[in-house]
Design a protein around this ligand. Structure first.
Ligand code: MGD
Ligand code: MGD
Ligand code: SF4
Ligand code: MO
Length: 729
């Protein structure tokens, strides 16, 4: 085993990088640890442990770094990191050369497309990819493979907020304001967002607001670390946020707290919304949400009557089968109270992944072309076809969303999948079906530097480069584009994602369209492709990013400073007005019943990241949370015969998983919470719903019905691998 992979650096040199995990994109510095006598550690020391990272000054994190950033280098230097192409054989994975790997891919893909057509191959990307790689992945699918099937994991992340902002404001940029506006808000709503664990380095902005007297309202079925900030915590019934907001809206209209002049000048749709609210019954809202009427009124009053205010939403309210409508109702509150487009007023969809923002702008989405353009829009098609030097008719039309691709695989329409930057077998809803589908593929290719659960199922794994070895831009949650340069040379046979795509383009006969020598060259093309689009990067250059630290989009030309605060004068919709929308009380596809009596909601913990592949590859992070667990109220736990720390079998109509019980009186009695960071039998997505939001195709990760029982010796867990039931532990 390779205990000391070539970090090939001077032991005294510091590495400068950016955390690969969440959307804050904290800058960091990695240095060799020193002994007590201030000597650098001996070279025999395992490289994972020999270095430590500290935060570096930058505008978003202000020099702070959370525990994931401190140990992010550990997975990149893990001894089990994938560093050469791997081919699946009967005896397991066998290392092969790049040239062998590319030859296999060319012949399998050519063969499949000849027999089954161009759409026989699907492409699946991710929000961790740099802008350059995400852009190139979209171009690769449309131009080299000419398949319409491409989508990415951001579908499960930002799609509800993105589609809501797109329709209400005409533009989706996660935060309409810079982070530095937060301390100027006098009322802040944090809805389904656990910033203290998920974007910990941002907590300080909210603490500063609070110190200046801001009133903070947290909406969450659990008392999270974020809820500790709250002046008012609404311990809502899962999935009922849109209903709660109908209560807030009705109360503010009844009390005449609406900003009438803002509504008249800057919005449309008020009359229909007002008519709808007349029929809303506050007692019914109280009953359906389980939030006391007095708290509904208080929250409504505090927000409406505050001088300035901001609303932040994240996956708790968005990952619902009515996530789009729920976000629209939050935007209704913001618009009716005129709290947008000025200092201390605005909306924030707290973006998740490192490049969750840029990753949703440049064409790895099923219906999208670079610059947030539409693949169905003729003039957008013509613009991009011109940049790419092809006839617009060659561009495929829109495909389907991430989970729907899994259904197409299950139906046999997609026969090969290329995955870059995601672990879909763990992160998709209804994961047992997804595993069955992926096993059915004729040819699964995964580009990753870790052997994720999805890579384990692959026929071929391509070694990509982790953050320290990769170069490119990432757009943080504020819409600020940042340059992350490579800190170390590539290890082994690894290649950066963009380089892998250029090689694949070449063997597929599209060499002239994929002829790039650096990430910067790709960015130069992206600038042109995004010019005039909503997410306009035309004025941003690597030279500027090096000099200015980061530049906000839209930035249409090199002399433009980048737009920090959006919608000061007008919204991006035709006519410049924002749209209000009446949202009827939505219902969940599945409510608790006598067989499945509890709500399951899912989410995150501080020390792990998403499907956990990367953070479980770090000794320091893995050791802090070894197993999946289920947070349950002690009285509920006892009612079902559980013990604190004991093993539990958790089941829904779709499947079951095995976890440890963790008793906590911070959670509602009718709800259990499970983090999403583990695979196999600990994968909570074996239980989640297949239903999708009709507008944005977001799954309902945050609410389904489950039953719990103590795991007994001989209990059975449903397994795909063995085609039936296997013994529990
Ligand atoms: N430590 C860590 N940080 C991360 C990540 C990670 O995996 N680990 N992932 C990153 C990514 S990609 C993302 S998308 C973000 C996610 O960031 P968040 O959305 O903040 O994280 P979650 O834990 O998924 O959900 C937030 C909260 O929603 C609550 N919730 C559940 N159901 C409901 C509901 O019906 N209504 C309301 N109001 N609240 C509800 C949960 O109890 C939870 O506290 O975090 C990013 N940062
Ligand atoms: N139940 C439930 N399910 C959820 C959620 C939830 O809250 N509850 N949240 C959803 C959300 S918000 C998200 S974002 C998804 C995330 O779901 P996934 O995208 O599946 O999660 P990751 O763990 O980030 O998987 C990324 C994989 O790509 C690799 N990787 C990381 N960076 C790169 C890179 O730059 N290049 C390449 N080639 N590979 C890379 C990692 O090693 C890892 O194997 O999960 C969704 N699923
Ligand atoms: S996980 Fe997010 S908050 Fe933590 S160091 Fe990384 S970028 Fe910063
Ligand atoms: Mo996410």
């Amino acid at each position: 085993m390779d205990r000391n992979p070539e970090v090939r650096m001077d032991t005294n040199a510091n590495l400068h990088s950016q955390c690969p995990f969440c959307s804050v994109q904290c800058k960091l510095q990695i240095e060799k640890k020193r002994t007590e006598r201030e000597e650098v550690l001996p070279v025999s020391w395992p490289v994972q442990d020999a270095y430590e990272a500290t935060g570096r000054m930058n505008q978003a994190s202000e020099g702070r770094l959370c525990i994931k950033g401190m140990y992010a280098h550990q997975h990149a230097w893990h001894e089990q990191r994938v560093k050469q192409p791997l081919l699946k054989t009967e005896a397991g994975f066998k290392p092969i050369t790049w040239s062998e790997a590319l030859t296999i891919i060319r012949s399998r893909w050519n063969e499949l497309q000849q027999t089954d057509g161009r759409d026989a191959i699907g492409v699946y990307g991710g929000g961790s990819l740099t802008n350059e790689s995400a852009y190139l992945l979209g171009k690769f699918a449309r131009l080299a493979l000419r398949t319409r099937y491409i989508d990415y994991n951001g579908r499960f992340c930002m799609s509800a907020a993105a589609s809501a902002a797109q329709r209400a404001f005409g533009m989706d940029r996660g935060l309409t304001n810079p982070l530095s506006d937060i301390p100027f808000a006098s009322c802040i709503v944090l809805a389904g967002t656990n910033i203290a664990e998920c974007q910990p380095t941002l907590l300080s902005y909210f603490q500063r607001a609070k110190a200046k007297g801001a009133y903070i309202i947290v909406i969450d079925p659990r008392v999270t670390k974020t809820a500790d900030l709250a002046d008012l915590h609404l311990k809502i019934r899962p999935g009922s946020d849109a209903i709660l907001l109908n209560g807030w809206l009705k109360w503010m209209v009844d009390q005449q707290w609406v900003d009438a002049s803002f509504v008249a000048k800057r919005t449309e749709g008020f009359t229909a919304l007002k008519d709808f609210l007349e029929g809303v019954d506050l007692q019914e809202v109280e009953r359906l949400t389980d939030v006391p009427l007095q708290q509904i009124k208080l929250a409504s009053e505090r927000f409406a009557r505050a001088r300035t205010g901001m609303i932040f939403t994240a996956r708790g309210v968005e990952q619902q089968v009515h996530g789009y409508e729920t976000v629209r109702n939050f935007l209704n509150v913001l618009l009716l109270t005129g709290k947008i487009g000025r200092m201390g007023c605005g909306y924030g969809a707290v973006t998740g992944q490192g490049n969750g923002q840029g990753g949703r702008e440049h064409g790895q989405k099923a219906d999208q072309l670079p610059g947030y353009r539409s693949i169905e829009h003729e003039s957008d098609r013509a613009t991009i076809a011109k940049v790419w030097g092809i006839d617009a008719d060659l561009l495929p039309r829109k495909g389907v969303s991430a989970y729907e691709m899994m259904l197409r695989i299950q139906e046999g329409e997609i026969r090969s999948l290329f995955v870059m930057g995601s672990n879909p077998v763990v992160s998709n809803p209804n994961a047992r079906l997804v595993e069955r589908a992926l096993r059915k593929l004729d040819f699964l290719v995964v580009a990753d530097f870790c052997l994720s659960e999805t890579a384990e199922l692959a026929d071929l794994v391509l070694p990509s480069a982790p953050f320290l070895e990769n170069e490119g831009t990432m757009t943080n949650l504020e819409g600020r584009v940042l340059l992350r340069e490579a800190a170390t040379p590539l290890q082994g046979e690894s290649k950066q994602d963009w380089r892998i795509l250029t090689e694949l383009g070449r063997v597929l006969g599209a060499e002239s369209y994929f002829d790039y020598a650096s990430a910067e060259q790709i960015f130069e093309e992206l600038r042109v492709a995004s010019q005039g689009g909503l997410a306009d990067y035309a004025g941003i250059t690597y030279a500027r990013l090096r000099k200015e630290e980061g530049v906000y989009w839209p930035c249409p030309d090199p002399s433009h400073p980048g737009e920090r605060r959006l919608f000061a004068e007008r919204f991006a919709r035709d006519g410049g007005r924002a749209e209000l929308l009446a949202v009827a009380h939505p219902r969940l596809p599945e409510e608790p019943c006598s067989d499945y009596p509890l709500y399951l909601t899912t989410g995150r913990v501080l020390t792990h990241y998403l499907t956990g592949v990367q953070t479980r590859g770090s000794y320091a992070l893995k050791a802090r949370e070894l197993d999946a667990y289920m947070e349950v109220h002690p009285s509920t736990g006892r009612e079902y015969g559980l013990t604190d720390g004991g093993w539990v079998k958790l089941s829904s109509r779709r499947g079951d998983c095995v976890l440890r019980a963790r008793f906590s009186d911070s959670i509602r009695k009718d709800t259990v919470f499970v983090p999403m960071h583990w695979g196999g039998y600990q994968n909570v997505n074996r239980l989640t719903l297949p239903e999708l939001d009709p507008t944005c195709k977001m799954p309902g990760f945050k609410a389904c019905a489950v039953q719990v029982s103590a795991l007994l010796a001989g209990d059975f867990i449903q397994s795909e691998q063995h085609g039936g039931l296997t013994s529990g532990l």
